[in-house]
Design a protein around this ligand. Structure first.
Ligand code: ATP
Ligand code: MG
Length: 656
């Protein structure tokens, strides 16, 4: 514990000190990733408390996740400032609501609904709208979005069109469903997650006595990750403040990644407009990442477009040089996962702590392949912010259908027609409405499809590895894998989606699936959606302190036809991908390593780039070996492809 208030300021740079000591009036900190925003506000609170300027109980610090809130409370305690409320908007509101409900409304606060999706399903049934499970989840997301943007059912269609929402149904039907859902919820006397904020807003608006009491309690507000507040959260913050302005917000518009749920960086970017006297502090020193990682992050920022990008701040690394980011291309996704797992195993064997390593991906459906690869490599891991693959409802349901089919399959003509194991699995899953082609559209429907597609490719791998394997063998294998994954792990490698990695950092980060169709995700279509995908990649890159591995796979499954190429966001940044000044990393041709599949050979040997390079006619990579140049094909590319495929690959390369 620092022995004085001034000692709390040690270890802050001049701009961070300004944030920490400007305790009155509105303060806005605009700064990039890793510049110490969270640290600056934590020290600000601690300094204020230690200097006797702030009462711990009068401070409310708002963070994005409960975990971040817990970390901040822990840090404050270490700095000698215990007793400060650090909470999410939601948990702060819930607490206040529970306290004031009996007085403001009477009785006790209604129970929080525990199975919201079921309530939406009941509402759909009540208004005779038939929705499958995926549509149900998408419709639920639309209702949630409406509520956080304070859109009433009557305005839904217009607002959704304006925001470019992709509703699973006709907007008029969604509006009808939304309205029926609200009625049903009221009828059953329950409230949902969004209601907690809406009701708090309503109580504070209507009951001046309650509002005054809350304002007397909290006089000083700090909000982290302010670029991702929703209009509803902003409204709540304004009500907490009343006509006061002892508010400090920190954020990075370039890290806005929740606009699909209704969040907007406008509150951050318009802060000075709303608070004309505000102190605005910019932090540019990046304390988290090496110059190599920061160089890539800056490169991504430079290519960004749109309002958030107009406010980008170039980062300047304060750390000593580290290794260049490593780019690796794999033939298929299992090979990519195995490649990452093998490198992680090596890192752990060389003394890196598993807790200092993360694997970050775009969609939760990618996690299974990585969970499996890490388990195979004997690496402990933990999942963040995602359901474990075998815990997902669709996977559990598919598992029980497969089990039933394995038991009674002989009598099922469906299965008799399917001659091999993967086809049998497909046949069983198609009984659940699964199709071989991915559904159009986005969100839950797509995610559910991806989960089941992951099961099919798991079956393919299993059948390839074990000739003559039956459905019963597969079911036994699934059970075993599910059991292994359920084993609780402590201190393991973190597996997380990019969305849930916000604000966190690790020494080593593996960013996987950096491919077209993943980043950006296929359903990102509008310019704004594409920009949000680019920001997600920026968030991912800036989680790394030391080492960053980026990888992608050309095909989904082993032996599958190449259908993917590296993400467009890497263009000009990845060595050998264009002219915009990418650095050359050690590794294979053009700095990109080739990954190897199962039982593969040693990693690629660095090769020198020549002046007028000969290129592989399959993948377009520079050739340096005499034998390869004779064939005009690099040793990693298969020869048995027809010219049409070569042509397509060359086109892809040209685009890249
Ligand atoms: P993000 O945008 O990802 O949330 P941030 O701006 O909140 O990042 P922090 O998490 O506060 O950044 O800080 C990043 C890292 O840099 C942390 O490990 C932090 O301890 C360290 N750091 C911040 N400021 C300093 C400083 N002045 N001296 C040394 N280390 C610092
Ligand atoms: Mg932070």
């Amino acid at each position: 514990v620092p022995d004085s208030a001034d000692a709390v300021l040690e270890g802050l740079d001049p701009e961070q000190r300004e944030v920490a000591t400007a305790l009155r009036g509105p303060v806005c900190v605009l700064a990039g990733a890793g510049t110490g925003k969270t640290r600056a506000i934590t020290h600000r609170i601690a300094y204020g408390v230690r200097a006797g300027i702030l009462q711990p109980s009068s401070v409310l610090a708002v963070t994005f996740t409960n975990r971040a809130a817990g970390e901040m409370r822990g840090r404050l305690r270490q700095l000698g400032a215990a007793g400060v409320q650090a909470r999410t908007f939601h948990s702060a509101a819930l607490r206040q609501l529970q306290y004031f409900w009996p007085k403001a409304v009477g009785g006790s606060l209604p129970r929080l609904v525990d199975r919201k999706i079921q309530l939406v399903a009941d509402a759909a049934a009540a208004c005779r709208i038939r929705l499958d499970r995926g549509e149900l989840r998408d419709a639920t997301a639309e209702i949630e979005w409406s509520k956080v943007t304070q859109t009433v059912p009557a305005d839904y269609a217009l607002a959704a069109a304006k925001a470019g929402r992709e509703a699973p149904r006709d907007p008029a039907e969604i509006a009808q469903l939304y309205s029926a859902y609200e009625d049903l919820k009221r009828g059953r006397g329950v409230i949902d997650f969004e209601d907690v904020l809406l009701l708090t807003v309503a109580v504070l608006q209507d009951r001046h006595d309650v509002a005054e009491q809350v304002r007397a309690q909290y006089q000083h507000f700090v909000v982290d990750e302010y670029q991702d507040v929703s209009p509803l959260q902003q409204r709540l913050l304004e009500l907490w403040l009343g006509d006061r302005d002892d508010l400090c917000v920190v954020g990075d518009a370039s890290q806005t990644i929740y606009s699909f749920t209704g969040a907007t960086p406008d509150h951050l970017l318009d802060f000075r407009g709303r608070h004309p006297g505000a102190t605005v502090v910019k932090l540019v020193r990046d304390y988290r990442s090496t110059p190599q990682v920061v160089h890539l992050a800056n490169g991504l920022l430079a290519q960004a477009r749109g309002r958030a990008a107009d406010h980008r701040l170039e980062l300047v690394s304060q750390r000593p040089a580290g290794p260049e980011p490593v780019y690796t291309e794999y033939s298929d996704e299992p090979a990519e996962a195995e490649g990452a797992a093998r490198r992680i195993r090596e890192l752990i064997d060389s003394g890196v702590s598993a807790a200092e390593i993360a694997v970050l991906f775009r969609t939760n459906s990618q996690s299974e392949t990585y969970e499996q690869a890490l388990a195979d490599a004997g690496v402990p891991y933990q999942l963040r912010g995602a359901e474990r693959f075998f815990d997902r409802p669709e996977v559990r349901k598919a598992g029980s259908s497969l089990r039933a089919a394995a038991r009674f399959g002989g009598n099922d003509s469906l299965l008799d027609d399917a001659v091999d194991l993967p086809s049998q699995v497909r046949a069983v899953l198609s009984g659940e409405g699964w199709t071989t082609q991915p559904p159009a559209g986005s969100g839950a429907v797509r995610e559910r499809w991806e989960s089941l597609a992951a099961l099919v490719s798991l079956a393919q791998d299993f059948a390839a590895a074990r000739a003559g394997a039956t459905l019963s063998d597969l079911v036994a294998e699934l059970d075993e894998r599910a059991g292994a994954q359920h084993a609780p792990t402590v201190q393991g490698v973190t597996l997380a989606s990019l969305h849930s990695a916000k604000g966190l950092e690790w020494d080593v980060v593996f960013l996987v699936g950096v491919a077209e169709g993943m980043m950006p995700i296929t359903y990102a279509k509008t310019d704004e959606q594409i920009e949000e995908e680019r920001r997600l990649l920026y968030v991912g890159v800036t989680r790394a302190r030391e080492r960053l591995h980026l990888s992608w796979a050309l095909a989904r499954s082993p032996g599958g036809r190449p259908s993917r190429r590296p993400s467009r966001f890497l263009k000009g940044l990845r060595p050998g991908s264009g002219t915009a000044g990418g650095r050359t990393a050690a590794g294979g041709p053009g700095g990109v390593e080739r990954g190897f599949g199962r039982g593969g050979a040693a990693p690629a040997v660095p090769r020198r780039t020549q002046r007028t390079p000969a290129r592989c006619r399959v993948c377009g990579r520079t050739l340096t070996e005499a034998g390869e140049m004779k064939l005009m094909r690099c040793e990693d590319c298969p020869s048995d492809m027809d010219e049409g495929v070569y042509e397509r690959l060359r086109e892809w390369r040209a685009v890249q």
